[in-house]
Design a protein around this ligand. Structure first.
Ligand code: SAH
Length: 347
């Protein structure tokens, strides 16, 4: 195992066979995590970047089988934030030290290009020193370009799985992996710092699927990579599937850090939900970003992608305070910074 980890760290190509061995390895991962941490320190020191997550809408026209806010779930109380709500979240966030705002939502037609561009411009004008990240799903090249021109800098769009057959097991026929991939290449071309990523332990996932995920990421070269364990939601077709493994997710974070030394790697809320100190363990294993919730408290539970989501009751300030403490206690430092990709000039 050490030999494969050293090869990865030294930026040598590893074969599918070696990658498979690493993915399926169930022994002690201390060496993997500590090598990943070294690489992280070389590129980002002990800094942990925070992103203020604003969940702007839980309306969604899609029907992803794993997701709690899918259109077909009639048990969800739907909400959307107004422009004023969103700007108020930014105001609170800025005071708390956030210099990146992430607007995420279901694919809600209410937020058309014009509406979104007005919100983006308002944030851009008011907070010129902040990065604006969007995570609003699949759009046309023109829409993405309009968002970019209005002042957005980054876009998160996980590919979810890079294998066509597996993708079709997680999504209805109307959704295609090729569309998702095209969006990611469009985003890169426009100049967004682009985030892809996949679900760990999603139903029907095989080792070969995960190899495809790593290979696709190597081809795309995203600036950000978001992964988190699949967590079941009671009102979805995947209600009875087992959750993905937090340990496996942490191991993949280390592999990603070695493969993509400069990537921005969040230790996700899903990881923190799967394991009480999951986010901290993710940071120790090579992740360098956390995304505390900035949404108004009353809506957090309604943005239910999966069951038992953490931090739905806390004020933004409490969330951040406890995270800052726990991250400090393991030897890292939450910083007030836009936290751009280390391999890129300010955009
Ligand atoms: N509509 C946007 C945002 C989706 S929510 C988009 O399409 O990109 C953000 C991410 O949450 C998804 O990309 C997915 O990877 C993750 N997610 C959704 N349901 C989940 C579940 N049940 N368990 C874990 N993660 C989930």
């Amino acid at each position: 195992m050490k030999n494969i980890i050293d090869k990865l760290r030294d930026e040598q190509n590893i074969s599918d066979k070696e990658l498979k061995e690493l993915i399926e390895y169930t022994g002690n991962c201390d060496y993997l995590h500590s090598e990943a941490d070294k690489v992280r320190r070389q590129n980002y020191g002990i800094d942990v970047y925070i992103r203020g997550l604003i969940e702007i809408s839980n309306y969604c026209k899609n029907n992803c089988y794993y997701c709690g806010i899918r259109a077909g779930n009639t048990n969800v109380e739907r909400y959307r934030l107004s422009r004023e709500d969103i700007l108020h979240c930014c105001e609170i966030g800025y005071e708390l030290g956030f210099r990146t705002f992430v607007m995420q939502g279901g694919e809600d037609p209410f937020f058309d290009d014009d509406t979104m561009c007005k919100i983006i411009s308002a944030i851009r004008t008011k907070y010129p020193d902040c990065a604006i990240t969007l995570s609003l799903g699949e759009k046309s090249y023109e829409s993405y370009k309009a968002f970019f021109d209005a002042g957005a800098n980054r876009y998160l769009l996980r590919h979810e799985t890079a294998d066509d057959i597996h993708y079709n097991k997680l999504h209805p026929e109307t959704m295609k992996l090729s569309d998702r991939k095209k969006c990611l290449y469009d985003l890169k071309k426009i100049g967004f710092q682009t985030g892809a990523g996949f679900l760990v332990g999603s139903p029907y996932q095989t080792t070969e699927n995960i190899i495809s995920d790593f290979r696709f990421l190597q081809e795309l070269q995203p600036e950000m990579i978001g992964i988190g364990p699949f967590l079941s939601h009671k009102d979805t077709p995947f209600a009875h599937f087992e959750n993905g493994s937090a340990q496996q997710c942490i191991k993949f974070l280390s592999i990603l850090r070695l493969m993509f030394p400069k990537a921005l790697l969040p230790s996700t809320t899903a990881l923190g939900t799967a394991l009480p100190d999951g986010r901290e363990q993710g940071i120790k294993a090579g992740a360098n970003v956390v995304m505390p919730n900035l949404s108004p408290t009353q809506y957090r539970k309604l943005y239910g992608l999966y069951d038992n989501k953490i931090c739905t009751g806390n004020e933004a300030a409490e969330c951040l305070l406890s995270l800052r403490e726990s991250i400090g206690s393991i030897g890292y430092r939450v910083v007030i910074d836009r936290g751009d990709f280390a391999g890129m000039k300010q955009s």
